[in-house]
Design a binder for this molecule. Structure first.
Ligand SMILES: N[C@@H](CCC(=O)N[C@@H](CS)C(=O)NCC(=O)O)C(=O)O
Length: 330
């Protein structure tokens, strides 16, 4: 099945891509009807290829939630079968070792045998039922930051500081529309107009972020916030996948002085680079996500060693030794 068929229900007027709504959106929390916050109860399924999943894995790692929420990793190259799926072919026996399932679709269908949407990552699975309980990629990071606070590690960063919440939410909305999902609107467009509209929007926003980052080490000043995580996951995929795979070829990120330094600064921060798998990203986008690649050729480049080069972004900070605002008492 081709990507055009997977997303066929998500093409709007004039050939533009309109993303499906999430099916499993029950929040984590204390209230009635909420998913109970409990150490060891859930498994997060991801593929390192996926930006939406990647951001939930970065935040999980920054907050130390990797000690209480386990992680299952699907192969970035998806099985070629009738319905799009993700498979655990990297695991021994082709089976997730904790859930004993071969594919992500199994946990969706355990929860809802009539589920007809796409089988997407990230998805959180309740180990007591083996059912998908949350695939709300937009809000998962928010749950890790707020509802899961009691399990944060001792020196956890505050990625969502109270005084900035409104501004962070507003910027996250723009980042979603014009950057994170903006690249998909270009790559999945089904008309020249829709593609060009998306292309222009992505690069206009990158230009304005380049400007913003000329005087500010991170998006909100001296410290990393959740907005940086959201921007990072798209920047990390840009040169290796979106530039050619999604036809976003005005510039590479490496052509922008500030964005490129900023992306390296984040990459070199534990939680970011150590969860970034360029090889998986490349394979997924070029072999599975692009509309046409009949000979299944994998681009050889780009060279990724530049991500480890010095960036000098510390000079923009009044607190060069620290990248995070510490969390207030839990
Ligand atoms: N859950 C969201 C976003 C997550 C998402 O799209 N993940 C991608 C990987 S980056 C996926 O799993 N796609 C599977 C598919 O399209 O069949 C959605 O439904 O659009």
């Amino acid at each position: 099945m081709t990507v055009t068929q997977w997303i066929s229900g998500e093409i709007g007027d004039q050939g533009s891509f309109v993303r499906q709504k999430n099916r499993f959106t029950t929040p984590f929390g204390q209230g009635e009807g909420a998913l109970p916050v409990e150490a060891g109860r859930y498994r997060l399924l991801w593929s390192p290829a996926c930006p939406w999943a990647h951001r939930s894995v970065i935040v999980r790692s920054l907050l130390g939630l990797d000690r209480v929420i386990s992680l299952g990793t699907a192969d970035p190259v998806r099985p070629k079968q009738t319905k799009g799926d993700w498979a655990f072919t990297l695991d021994k026996g082709g089976m997730d070792p904790v859930l004993n399932v071969k594919t992500v679709s199994e946990v969706y269908l355990n929860a809802d045998p009539d589920y007809t949407g796409r089988f997407t990552v990230p998805v959180v699975v309740d180990l007591t039922t083996k059912q998908a309980v949350n695939n709300d990629y937009f809000n998962l990071t928010r749950y890790w930051e707020t509802a899961w606070k009691q399990y944060h590690k001792q020196d956890a960063p505050d990625l969502y500081p109270e005084p900035l919440r409104e501004e962070i939410d507003a910027l996250n909305g723009v980042l979603f529309d014009e950057i994170n999902n903006g690249v998909y609107k270009a790559g999945f467009a089904r008309s020249q107009e829709a593609y060009e509209r998306a292309y222009d929007q992505v690069f206009q926003r990158l230009d304005s972020l380049e400007e913003r980052l000329s005087t500010s080490r991170f998006l909100f000043g001296d410290y990393i916030t959740e907005s940086d995580v959201r921007l990072y996951v798209t920047l990390a995929r840009f040169d290796v996948a979106y530039y050619n795979g999604f036809l976003l070829n005005r510039n590479q990120i490496a052509d922008f002085r500030n964005l490129w330094g900023y992306a390296r600064d984040l990459y070199q921060t534990p939680g970011f680079g150590d969860t970034t798998d360029f090889d998986a990203i490349k394979k997924h986008y070029h072999l599975c996500a692009v509309a046409t690649n009949p000979k299944q050729l994998l681009p050889k480049g780009p060279e990724s060693s530049g991500w480890r080069l010095p960036h000098d972004r510390e000079n923009l900070s009044r607190d060069p030794q620290r990248k995070f605002l510490p969390e207030q008492g839990v």
